[in-house]
Write a protein that binds this ligand. Structure first.
Ligand SMILES: *Cc1c(COP(=O)(O)O)cnc(C)c1O
Length: 413
């Protein structure tokens, strides 16, 4: 197999052979030659239906003509200026118009950069040092959020990576998702908390959905304790609909981070929110933040084209949700208890009920998942290779693709 050969050399060139750890599928990952619509063509000549979609950004599928044209036409005019360009205003206007909580935005180049900057900004605004995150919640790969899950529900953090110094994560506390008591208790015992950051729907544990009223209660508690609420909508922004999770659940966070879909598949991130907070960002204010590739015209062009397409075709969210539901319905009823679906996000957890938090998700039978994942690959369906990554659907998945995925679920279980 060509992929096996490539991976074997890649391991001598790059740590673990990959550019990001989740890609190091065992015994070796397939190499992709080409992505078209809902399909990937591998270097081994296989054709796969893709439910990973670059881990979320490709809601329009691979090489969508509208986005491709925007990228190509932008490339004619150069792809990096080091000066402002009008496209920044286009994408800023769209994100601001679609999110009532957002008065101003700052573009960056990744979701990690966005959450890192949002946390710094929250500290700069409040003058406080600590942050709270959800146990198992993911906000990218920077030091302050690389804290071990399961190290005690409300204790200050233990590093989740070598090279992260305890002094940094000492200022990061965790609470379980869907647990407002733990949040209240933590805030009552700590008046040095700048912000609570969470994915409104956990996308990096699988999808884990908020209990009824959970997010509203979180908003109330953070307000009562004068702590900023940061919604990390890097996955959910434009994935759960125009307006993201904050629109769906009717919550007004103080700051919001975006990434993934807003770049149409090119690298992007954005932190955004209330004007009085955002205006503390340099050069308007004292909180430093900068980036060579921030607001680069290619990412902006792809993002503008993608968001415009979504806004012009709002009905597609309904279609995506129906397709994901159809896949769930194909699962034999004695195996379906751990199926979770919200819009075009879906996942079968190998446990008896949908998890409510990270600990419950971790009780899933990952060996059974792995057997299932391999069977799905043999049927030509590429799912994210972890029990704890969300599956996605795109506009490019045809009825035939959906029927194939559903058929494969029913057979492989
Ligand atoms: C993917 C993701 C990030 C990190 O974004 P990158 O672009 O990979 O740096 C941050 N937060 C959430 C919720 C994500 O899903």
């Amino acid at each position: 197999m060509r992929s096996e050969e490539l991976f074997s050399e890649a391991q001598t060139l790059m740590p673990g052979g990959v550019s990001s750890p989740v890609r190091a599928i065992k015994p070796y990952p397939f190499y992709t030659r080409k992505g078209t619509g809902s399909h990937l063509t591998t270097e081994d000549g296989e054709d796969l239906i893709d439910c990973c979609l670059g881990y979320g950004p490709l809601i329009l599928g691979h090489a969508h003509p509208t986005v491709r044209e925007a990228i190509c036409s932008c490339a004619e005019d150069g792809w990096l200026y080091g000066t402002p360009a009008e496209k920044e205003l286009f994408l800023a206007r769209m994100i601001i118009a679609d999110h009532p909580s957002v008065d101003m935005v700052r573009f960056v180049s990744s979701g990690s950069e966005a959450t890192m900057a949002a946390i710094r900004l929250a500290r700069g605004f409040t003058g406080r040092e600590d942050i709270i995150k959800i146990e198992g919640g993911f906000h990218g790969a920077h030091d302050g959020v690389l804290i071990k899950a399961g190290s005690g529900a409300t204790t200050m953090g233990v590093p989740d990576s070598a090279g992260v110094i305890p002094d940094v994560v000492r200022h990061t506390a965790q609470v379980p998702y869907n647990n407002t008591e733990a949040l209240t208790e933590l805030l009552e015992n700590n008046d040095n908390v700048a912000a609570f950051i969470l994915e409104p729907v956990l996308g990096n544990v699988g999808p884990v959905l908020p209990d009824d009223g959970y997010l509203a209660e979180v908003r109330k508690i953070t307000e009562e304790h004068d702590v900023l609420l940061i919604f990390d909508e890097v996955i959910t922004g434009y994935r759960l609909g125009i307006g993201g999770a904050q629109f769906k659940y009717g919550i007004t966070p103080d700051l919001t981070t975006f990434g993934k879909i807003i770049g149409g598949g090119l690298p992007i991130g954005c932190f955004s929110g209330r004007r009085d907070i955002m205006e503390l960002t340099a050069p308007a204010g004292p909180v430093y933040q900068a980036g060579t590739f921030s607001g680069n015209p290619l990412s902006l062009s792809a993002g503008i084209a993608c968001l415009q397409y979504l806004r012009d075709n709002r009905g597609l969210y309904q279609m995506l949700a129906e397709n994901a539901r159809a896949i769930g319905e194909s699962i034999p009823s004695n195996k379906a208890d751990g199926f979770v679906n919200l819009g075009s996000m879906f996942k079968l957890f190998f446990r008896r009920a949908p998890p409510r938090d990270y600990r419950e998700a971790k009780e899933s039978d990952t060996e059974a998942f792995s057997v299932f994942w391999n069977k799905m690959m043999k049927k030509g369906i590429f799912l994210p290779p972890s029990q704890f990554e969300t599956n996605f659907l795109s506009v490019a998945h045809t009825d035939e693709d959906v029927a194939k995925i559903a058929g494969a679920y029913s057979e492989c279980l």
